[in-house]
Design a protein around this ligand. Sequence first.
Ligand code: LLP
Length: 459
Amino acid sequence: MVSTPLAIASGCQYLPESGADRSPNQFLMPLTAKVNDRDHLEIGGCDVADLVQQFGSPLYVLDEETLRTACRQYRDAFKRYYPGESQVLYASKAWNCLAVCAIVASEGLGIDVVSGGELYTALKAGVDPTRLYLHGNNKSLEELQLAIESGCTIVVDNWLELQTLADWEPSDSPIRIMLRLTPGIECHTHEYIRTGHLDSKFGFDPNQVDDILKRVSQQAGLEFVGLHAHIGSQIFELQPHQDLGSVMVQWLRKAAEYHLKIQELNIGGGLGIRYTESDDPPSIDEWVKVVCDSVAAACQSENIPLPKLLSEPGRSLIGSACITAYRVGGQKTVPGIRTYISVDGGMSDNPRPITYQSIYRALVANRMSAPIVSQATIAGKHCESGDILIKDAALPETRSGDILVIMSTGAYNYSMSSNYNRLPRPAAVLVNAGEANIILQRETYADLIQHDRLPERLK
Ligand code: LLP
């Protein structure tokens, strides 16, 4: 995608190009996005302005076709490039809710969960527990209990957890565990979302590989399934994942020295997506090929059988499948400095700009071909000066009541949303072939106080 000069560009510049091999993570908008004859943005066959009219704003609009396409591209690419068995897991921290879990599971993906809440949701969505993997650097006993009872695999993160599981009341079937190791691989991404470098809170230190494998080999109640590593998120380089494959295969060889049967190797997620025209992530296909080639080649040179290869992408599966639609409110121009355009959401539905200084793109969904004429800063409605969704966004003339859309909001937006300032969380609709179904009900004021308790003496 090329950026068009300000004076002639319009919201249409962000529309995805057509073509069969479109990797959703390389586009700012869902694959079904187009402009209809009312000059409105349409996603999944639904007019976004009509959706806002019907379901209110802010509104997350999730395109089923884009999500399913990304699932299939991952799944098919692993089949194409990996000579052994493979399983793609959806890292549901990106967006965990019943409908999303059900969709990815129906595409044959398993799910990575990182809390009892995510696990509970996936189970309630009907996901096969043998395809669920529980992560976390400080799992509670209740979370471990739920994982063990439901039969999902536990990705053990540290010594305490290993001991806790080794001491667990024996049951008919052994507890399936994987070990998470810190690979010591650096990658270029925001420091908060880097996890593979040595100074990380996650996983066992690689210097302890021998000790940990030895300990695991002595635990009869635990079924050692394999090894896991994840190096970080929103990564555009392929080299770190290529390196990761060979590092992990070295560990597999070590596991064999302790007579541990290796079934699975999980190389994590991390493929980035396009948030702006200058972002240039590799396609899903390219990423999968690098990972598969690297693991297969390392296994061949180490002369060890191919493990089942697991991966757990989150952002690149769902990030570009969703947009957030807001209603424009008032505007304020500070002469010689900037114009602020306020919208009816903000850091509570998208905390990424204030947390990671993430940059997004916006358009006006009810005047798609209007030329971009100015820059304006899109401000959220929270009582916090830093609640700015986009600084100096390129926009057409924008009026109160317009539908402003921010793109690529599928990953880590709803899942990191909050009720800051007691704003009810927005609704989410799933769109497909002209149909729109609510998948997350808009929260009400009553929802906001449902867990509040007023002690008698305060009444
Ligand atoms: N596996 C593990 C163990 C992870 O920690 C993560 C992400 C993933 C898989 C999925 O990574 P992905 O494919 O989505 O890059 N809230 C941050 C992102 C945090 C990522 C945490 N871990 C953000 O909004 O950018």
